[in-house]
Ligand binder design. Structure first.
Ligand SMILES: Nc1ncnc2c1ncn2[C@@H]1O[C@H](COP(=O)(O)OP(=O)(O)O)[C@@H](O)[C@H]1O
Ligand SMILES: [Mg+2]
Length: 255
């Protein structure tokens, strides 16, 4: 078994022939939280999309392993079944499908992939109750259509709820903080923190330091122009907050 939970090596990817990721290297061990920061357009969402298998992007070289599993060889669904979870910057609405039914389908699809029998209705309801508590999600929200008419904060909370139910090995939160007020931010961060354990890991993608007051990263990376140009501890995020991104641009671009 691999010691690493995620190992990304010299990953190059792009869209319509335009290269966006230009050699990303990243290693994550179980139990760790990594923050990826960087100016707009630096490739943060592309990186998460490529790991999740978003078909818009083409991987041109490099590798990405989740434990011993070659992520790039799998469909997006199978990546999810293997334990990858991506929280989107803009969650989709699915009218006519209740959260409960959506989650039951997701849970049972994963169980089928793993060769397990579907969960009984009683066990599933118990699981829902237990996980709702993690994100302080009330029952009414769970019986509504997926994200339909949800506020920004409700959508995000709902996503953390999905994460809680699916118990992923690696969760990627892409700008989960954008558009959240401070109360919603606290609830979302509280959920993420409660789900942390020694067997899973989280990548928190954020433009601002604010979320990292609530979700403490072990490592902070700066992605710029498709490469990780700096890595450090939590102090790197504070340094960015203070100095902005200009020094990174100057250092890399030599301007
Ligand atoms: N669907 C797309 N079509 C064309 N270019 C794209 C598309 N998505 C992203 N890009 C380009 O890729 C680069 C990185 O974007 P993105 O990964 O969204 O950055 P970030 O999340 O760091 O703001 C940007 O230059 C952006 O314009
Ligand atoms: Mg983005």
């Amino acid at each position: 078994m691999s010691e690493e939970l995620l190992k990304v090596k010299d990953l190059h990817a792009g869209i319509d022939g335009k290269e966006i990721l230009r050699g990303v290297n990243l290693t994550i061990r179980p139990g760790e939280v990594h923050a990826i920061m960087g100016p707009n357009g630096s490739g943060k969402s592309t990186f998460s999309g490529v790991l999740a298998g978003d078909p818009r992007f083409t991987v041109t070289s490099g590798s990405a392993f989740l434990g011993d599993t070659d992520l790039l060889a799998l469909s997006p669904e199978d990546r999810s079944h293997e334990g990858l979870f991506l929280s989107f910057q803009y969650p989709v609405e699915i009218p006519g499908v209740t959260m409960v039914n959506f989650m039951r389908a997701a849970v049972n699809a994963k169980r089928k992939y793993l060769g397990e029998a579907p969960m009984s209705a009683a066990d599933f309801l118990k699981l829902m109750r237990q996980k709702r508590a993690v994100v302080e999600l009330d029952n009414k929200l769970a019986s509504r259509s997926v994200n339909e008419g949800f506020s920004g904060g409700e959508k995000k909370r709902n996503e953390i709820f999905q994460m809680a139910v699916l118990e992923p090995k690696l969760s990627i939160l892409d700008e989960t903080d954008s558009g959240l007020d401070i109360d919603a931010l606290r609830i979302v961060a509280g959920g993420v923190n409660r789900l942390r354990n020694q067997n899973n890991a989280t990548i928190v993608i954020t433009h601002y330091q604010r979320l990292l007051d609530y979700i403490k990263p072990d490592f902070v990376h700066i992605l710029y122009k498709g490469r990780i140009v700096h890595s450090g501890g939590p102090e790197l995020a504070l340094e960015l907050e203070e100095k902005g991104y200009d020094w990174i641009k100057q250092e890399v671009d030599g301007e």
